[in-house]
Design a protein around this ligand. Sequence first.
Ligand code: GLU
Length: 465
Amino acid sequence: MSQLRVRFAPSPTGYLHIGGARTALFNYLLARKERGCFVLRIEDTDVARSTEESVEAILRAMHWLGLSCDEGPYYQSQRFPLYRDKVQAMLASGGAYRCYCTAEELEAKRQLAEREKRKPKYDGTCRNRSEVPAGSPYVVRFHAPREGETCFNDRIKGTICFQNQELDDLILQRSDGTPTYNFVVVVDDAEMGINLVIRGDDHINNTPRQILLYRALGYAVPEFAHVPMILGADQKRLSKRHGATSVMAYRDLGYLPEAMVNYLVRLGWSHGDQEIFSMEELIEKFSLDQVGRSAGVFNPEKLLWLNSHYIKTGDPQRLGNLLRDYLAALGHRCDDGPEPAEVVKTLQDRCKTMVEMAEQAVYYYCQDVTFDSQAEAKFLTSAQQPVFSATLEQLGTLTDWTAEAVEEALSRVMQETGLKFGKIAQPLRVALTGNTVSPSICEVMAVMGRDRSLARIARAATRLA
Ligand code: GLU
């Protein structure tokens, strides 16, 4: 068996969207599992629509997801001489011909076909054209067979056949000399030794055309696996109406790449009832046999559920490093506050996204906490004076500043004031965090540190009204 060679071939005309990322992931997983080669090829022949920015955005998103390639990125824009040679070879062998039909002529024929309710298709006028209009612009067309059928055994969809008479004499090279997608994709997949093409099923109609081109060019035809589309909850093709479709938008919304990977793989692939998969497990278990034939429906709640799972179980050190960035996006620096990993430990059970975690972590890092007005009105009243005095006194005596030591100090405050823990904790929580909801205040104080905790309690004590 020869080595598996697969590829991801995005067109850089925008960001990496959910569907593209899933295609890339399936290719990556299979390559890793089979110890094959994952090639990345940037399909930037459409010079007008391709941008450097999109290339960067796609590479960044793949890097974020952890989908490293073994070869590439190759750029089609750097391979024009190869395509030109192949067009010349096709012309020389009679596999292609120059077509001088003007846009107006083609449009008139298209309209006629429409009136006569025929499928519009190039009629082959230039196939046997004898006199060549000197100096006129031309395109190069594929001399496609008109009889017979072209079938392929799709690894996901099963056998698919097309009647050759349905297919067109495809344009291989435009009048400006640039080659077209269907031609370059065949040349590149063949020249790069790709033996399995995994891509979205929006390309199924291109496949028979490409198979005919492989044959005309004398190349071996690869296997194909067409992955079903992703739909929104309304069964329509996933689009911005359904929420963010860019992979990196999810990073900005506070999603972890492992949640995204886990979510994407399950959109169309299953392994029993299992929902949670590490990348290593996916590499071991992924196979095209378990990819479904019908479209997957994008479910944002499930993605959020997976994200909260990975946040809960994530390594605090790593999440802490990420937290820095999310806090920076909110305008807060971590340098003169507690260690982010310690903050993560107090919040990871309570947050579904990193953005939520950053928002909740703000009180650890801001200079002066802002009090929620209702919380302040309810809990920072003069009736709390004894609690604040006793707390400041008890905490002031601590030499060891840990959650346990703080808890013991607060038990002494309970004894002294005769109040239950909740009655003490809530005003202190408002003093420390500005709000009525937070992790255990003993933990919050331990992480926040002695000086900042005492300063906050003292400051709140001066505001008791
Ligand atoms: N560049 C094509 C696209 O982005 C992919 C072509 C292919 O996978 O064959 O749709």
